[in-house]
Ligand binder design. Structure first.
Ligand SMILES: Nc1ncnc2c1ncn2[C@@H]1O[C@H](COP(=O)(O)OP(=O)(O)OP(=O)(O)O)[C@@H](O)[C@H]1O
Ligand SMILES: [Mg+2]
Length: 418
C-alpha cells in the first residue's frame, strides 16, 4: 500500500464505466504539468446491464465494490465519489436552438454568461420522465450570423445557441444511480458513453475536421460524431458482441461461455484467411458428446452478423452527416471490434471516409493493457471528468455539460485517503 504518497484527495478523479460485460473504475489525478495521469485501474466482470439498460442493481453494485476495493488495496485510496457512464436504447438526442435575450446586457458577452448557457438550456426545459445528461453548445448566432464558435467579448444583446441535448429515461438513470448508492460511492455526474470514448481517441484537429467514434461493446454500438470541433450527433444501435456470441449459441446449441470462447478463438469474418477444412470441437447443451463444426460455417455466421451491423453503422454515419466530407475519420473501437476480420470489413463497407482502429490514449501513465479498445470508454470518461473539473473549455464556453446539476446534485465531494 502506498497510502499517504498520493497527495491530497482534491486532485483525484474517478470514473466508473458500467458496461454490458464488465465494470471498470479508473482513478486519475492532475500531474505536476497539469495533465491527467493514471493512478489506478480495476475491472470486474459484470452482467447487470443488458443492451445498456440496468437489469440487476445488486450485481452491478457488487462489481463496483470489487473494483473500488482493488484500487484501495493497490494505492490506499478510497473512492468516495465518481463520474458514471450511461448509454442504452433509452438515450435520446436532439439538436435544439434557444434564444437568450439577456446575454450581453453588460455591454459584451462574458465567459461566465457563456459558461451558464448549458444550465440555462436545461433549466428552461420540462421533460417529464427524462433526465438531462448533457447540453453541449454546437454554435452561436448573432443577428442571423451563424457559425460563431466563441461569442465571448462580442458586443451583442441576445444570443442564439444551438445545443446538442442528450437525455436519458429517468427510470434507468435512477437505477444506475442506485448502483452507486449501494456501493457507498457518490455520483458526481453522468457522462454519455460514446462521448466519453471520443475523448480517449480523437484529437482536437480530428474533431475540427469532422470525425466519428464507433464503440462496439458487448451489448450496444455507440456512435458519436463531431463537426467543427463540436458534437453534432450521438446514436446507439442495440447490437454488440453479445449478438455474435448468441448466434453461435442458437446455431450450434452451445452454452454462452463456450460460444464466447469459440467466437474469440476461431471467429474471423474474412473467410479467405482460414483453412476451409478446419473443424472446431464443441459440446452441445444436454449432450456429453463433442461434435465438430466447420470453422468455415462459423466464420460465415460471424460475417453475416458483421455485415448487418456495418450496414446499421453506415446508416447512422450518413444520418450524422459524416459522409458529406470524404476526409472525415471514422474510428472503430470497443471490445467487439477486435473480432478478426471485422475492421477490414468496416474499411471495405463504410465508403467515403477514412476508417481507422481506435485505441484509447491521452492519459499519462496509461499501460499497454489499457490501450485496448475495450477500455476506450473508461479512459475517456476520466479524461472528460478531468476536463470538467479543470475546464478551460467551460470558461471559453466551447463545450459544457449539465454535470453536477439538477437530479444528480452539485456534489463536490472529494476523495479521502483511508
Ligand atoms: N478478440 C475478440 N474477438 C471478438 N470479440 C471480442 C474479442 N475481445 C472482446 N470481444 C467482445 O467484446 C465484447 C465486450 O466489449 P466491451 O468490453 O467493449 O463491452 P462493454 O463495455 O462491457 O459493453 P457495452 O459498451 O456494450 O455496455 C464482448 O461481446 C466480447 O465477446
Ligand atoms: Mg462499453
Amino acid at each position: 500500500m502506498t497510502q499517504g504518497l498520493i497527495g491530497t484527495g482534491s486532485d483525484l478523479i474517478a470514473a466508473i464505466d458500467v458496461g454490458t460485460t464488465k465494470v471498470c473504475t479508473v482513478l486519475a489525478r492532475k500531474s505536476k504539468n497539469g495533465f491527467p495521469e493514471l493512478v489506478s485501474f480495476s475491472d470486474a466482470p459484470c452482467s447487470g446491464v443488458k443492451r445498456g439498460n440496468v437489469v440487476d442493481v445488486a450485481a452491478i453494485s457488487d462489481a463496483i465494490r470489487k473494483t473500488v476495493g482493488e484500487i484501495r488495496s493497490n494505492v490506499g485510496i478510497d473512492v468516495r465519489s465518481a463520474y458514471l457512464g450511461i448509454t442504452g436504447s433509452h438515450i435520446s438526442y436532439e439538436n435544439r436552438v434557444d434564444y437568450f435575450p439577456n446575454i450581453g446586457q453588460q455591454g459584451v458577452v462574458t465567459s461566465d454568461e457563456v459558461a451558464q448557457i448549458p444550465h440555462m438550456v436545461s433549466d428552461g426545459l420540462s421533460l417529464p420522465g427524462r433526465t438531462i445528461i448533457h447540453a453541449l453548445p454546437i454554435q452561436y448566432s448573432v443577428d442571423g450570423h451563424d457559425g460563431i464558435k466563441n461569442p465571448v467579448g462580442m458586443h451583442v444583446k441576445g444570443l442564439e445557441v444551438t445545443t446538442h441535448l442528450v437525455t436519458a429515461d429517468s427510470y434507468f438513470a435512477n437505477k444506475l444511480q442506485d448502483t452507486l448508492k449501494m456501493s457507498a460511492v457518490e455520483l458526481k455526474s453522468m457522462i454519455i458513453e460514446p462521448f466519453a470514448s471520443s475523448e480517449a481517441i480523437l484529437t482536437q484537429t480530428e474533431k475540427d475536421i469532422g470525425s466519428a467514434v464507433v464503440d462496439i461493446g458487448g451489448g450496444t454500438t455507440d456512435i458519436v460524431i463531431f463537426k467543427n470541433g463540436s458534437v453534432v450527433y450521438t446514436g446507439t444501435i442495440p447490437v454488440g458482441g453479445f449478438q455474435f456470441t448468441n448466434d453461435v449459441c442458437l446455431t450450434y446449441n452451445v452454452g454462452f461461455s463456450e460460444a464466447e470462447e469459440v467466437k474469440v478463438k476461431y471467429g474471423n469474418t474474412n473467410l479467405s484467411d482460414i483453412d476451409l477444412t478446419e473443424v472446431v470441437p464443441v459440446s452441445p447443451i444436454g449432450s456429453s458428446a463433442t461434435i465438430e463444426l466447420r470453422r468455415r460455417d462459423l466464420c460465415q455466421l460471424m460475417r453475416e452478423r458483421a455485415m448487418e451491423l456495418i450496414r446499421l453503422i453506415d446508416l447512422k454515419l450518413q444520418q450524422g452527416g459524416v459522409k458529406e466530407n470524404p476526409n472525415s475519420i471514422v474510428y472503430i473501437t470497443g471490445g467487439a471490434s477486435q473480432l478478426r476480420g471485422f475492421y477490414e470489413m468496416a474499411e471495405q463497407f463504410i465508403p467515403n471516409c477514412v476508417v481507422k482502429r481506435g485505441f484509447p490514449d491521452f492519459l499519462m501513465g496509461i499501460t499497454d493493457d489499457l490501450r485496448n479498445p475495450s477500455y476506450a470508454t473508461a479512459i475517456g470518461m476520466v479524461l472528460h471528468a478531468f476536463n470538467i473539473e479543470n475546464s478551460v473549455e467551460r470558461r471559453l464556453g466551447m463545450s459544457d455539460s449539465i454535470e453536477g446539476q439538477g437530479l444528480f446534485g452539485r456534489i463536490k465531494k472529494i476523495f479521502k485517503l483511508t
